[in-house]
Design a protein around this ligand. Structure first.
Ligand SMILES: NC(=O)c1ccc[n+]([C@@H]2O[C@H](COP(=O)([O-])OP(=O)(O)OC[C@H]3O[C@@H](n4cnc5c(N)ncnc54)[C@H](O)[C@@H]3O)[C@@H](O)[C@H]2O)c1
Length: 469
């Protein structure tokens, strides 16, 4: 570590799923660096200062506890934070814009721009401003323009340092990243700032995993990484639909495909589709960018990834409807899991939201269960018309239901006592496994009618299941 990095002060604006864990890990790895995380949401900050953190991430409690009060601080005084800091990470949310030009496609940069202006107004000394949020290409340049506008003798140097952590494994991803990406200008200020940030990460990440690029490559690489990951899910999900028509088995196909060392086996599980706050918004961002540059064929190509994802969720509901005798009206359906993936309580863009709403449109009654996401599920479905109950207990959720729809791949769901569950359900009992994590043959033997994704259904009906679905 260079001496210059001793006693530096870091501020992170935005205490969300990225800002909180990222800064907690920096603070735990660099005890001599003061790390302050601020947010406009005082309740969120209060939770970061409590024993009940605002987000669930395996291992996060311990990391926060080890550094909080020593060199990790959570607060709401953004102005003081800006004035004190040498390096400011901006980790505010950048959702899809839902109005005006770019409605439903472009990034909504209002939170990010307010932050840039606030940094400009409050700073009294030169700052390194690090773009941590995922932003469209050339945003760092726009940020620099805002920071440099007016008569400000303070110099701001903007870096792009996109975050690649995955929710559910954030602490491990931050402690052992595949790579850390830092984009900068090739000016002497840019290179010096980049070196400062590299030296921080180099405390625990080997230097050959710290990539440095120009700013635009860094911004674009983040969007492209998410687009490629989502594309794999949509690719296998598209094939799952074909498997259901041809009696091929998607697990066998994905194993055979994934054993090709050029492809690899990750992100090849068929499911009800991807969720989370990032994939859809980042692909739409990429699509918008391509359309802006008149690259319509490229835009159409990537938009297809999102379209298949929507199709897969709708297909799941239509399949339930078709196989439950074309009516769900008044039937009780247990949603087993609600988070967008296992090991997180995050439900943003969870397929569960779409599926729950569609099932309610069909007048089904819902019982939602999840070990970490009930609080968020209640908020997501608040105001939805229909009868919904919530419980953390999966047995209580399944009791008296006509069907179970497995939404989240929580590993504990694979080892539930399905004989007990079967006995407590209305007959004939149905299971729709939206993640293919259950033992389908065993469920069939217990008596369930089992509908996996991308493989033949196992039913006790003697006539053909309704394949019009
Ligand atoms: N969630 C992920 O897994 C993930 C992974 C990589 C990158 N990202 C990117 O990181 C960024 C942040 O994502 P997130 O999931 O942490 O979002 P989030 O919504 O959980 O957190 C953002 C926080 O910023 C705060 N905020 C908004 N405006 C502010 C302002 N003007 N001043 C201070 N605080 C403000 C909000 O109150 C919120 O707490 C996004 O661009 C996202 O695409 C997210």
């Amino acid at each position: 570590m260079s001496e210059a990095n001793r006693n530096i002060s870091i501020l992170c604006i935005g205490a969300g799923y990225v800002g909180g864990p990222t800064m907690a890990v920096i603070a735990s790895k660099c005890p001599d660096v003061k790390v302050t995380v601020v947010d406009i949401n005082p309740e969120r900050i209060a939770r970061w200062n409590s024993d009940h953190l605002p987000i669930y991430e395996p291992g996060l409690d311990d990391v926060v506890r080890s550094a909080r009060g020593r060199n990790l601080f959570f607060g709401t005084d953004i102005v003081a934070g800006i004035q004190e800091a040498d390096i400011i990470f901006v980790s505010v949310n950048t959702p899809t814009k839902m109005f005006g030009t770019g409605n439903g496609m472009a990034a909504d940069l209002q939170y990010w721009e307010k932050t840039a202006r606030q940094i400009r107004e409050c700073a009294r000394t030169p700052k390194i401003v690090v773009e941590k949020s995922t932003l469209p290409v050339k945003t760092a340049q726009a940020m620099k323009r805002i920071l440099d506008a007016g008569n400000h003798q303070n110099r701001f140097t903007v870096l792009s340092n996109p975050e690649f952590l995955a929710e559910g494994s954030a602490v491990n991803d931050l402690e052992n990243p595949d790579r850390v990406l830092i984009g900068s200008d090739a000016t002497s200020e840019g290179l010096a700032a980049r070196k400062k940030l590299v030296d921080i990460y180099a405390r625990w990440v080997s230097r050959d995993r710290i990539l440095t690029t120009n700013i635009w490559s860094s911004e674009l690489s983040k969007l492209v990484s998410n687009a490629f990951l989502a594309q794999r899910i949509s690719s296998i999900n598209a094939i799952s639909a074909l498997c259901e028509k041809t009696d091929a088995d998607i697990s066998e196909v994905s194993k055979a495909v994934g054993m090709d060392s050029r492809l690899g086996s990750k992100f090849l599980n068929a499911s009800i589709g991807f969720g989370g706050s990032c994939f859809k918004k980042d692909i739409l961002n990429l699509v918008y960018l391509c359309r802006y540059y008149n690259l319509h064929e490229v835009a159409d190509y990537w938009e297809g990834v999102v379209r298949i994802n929507e199709y897969q969720k709708e297909r799941f509901v239509v399949n339930m409807l078709g196989n439950m005798f074309q009516t769900l009206s008044g039937k009780k359906i247990c949603l087993l899991g609600f988070a967008f993936k296992a090991h997180t309580g995050d439900t943003r863009e969870s397929p569960g939201i779409f599926i729950a709403r569609r099932l309610m449109e069909e007048q089904a009654e819902l019982i939602v269960t999840d070990p970490e996401a009930i609080e968020n599920a209640r908020q997501d479905l608040a105001g939805a018309q229909g009868n919904i109950r919530y419980t953390e207990d999966p047995y209580e959720a399944a009791d008296g239901s006509d069907a179970i729809a497995l939404i989240t791949e929580w590993p504990q769901y694979a080892s539930l006592d399905f004989e007990r569950i079967f006995r407590s359900m209305v007959q004939p009992a149905f299971i729709f496994d939206g993640r293919n994590i259950l033992d389908h043959q065993r469920l069939y033997e217990i008596g369930f009618n089992v509908f996996p994704i991308g493989k033949p259904a196992l039913t006790h009906f003697h006539d053909e299941p309704d394949m019009t679905a």
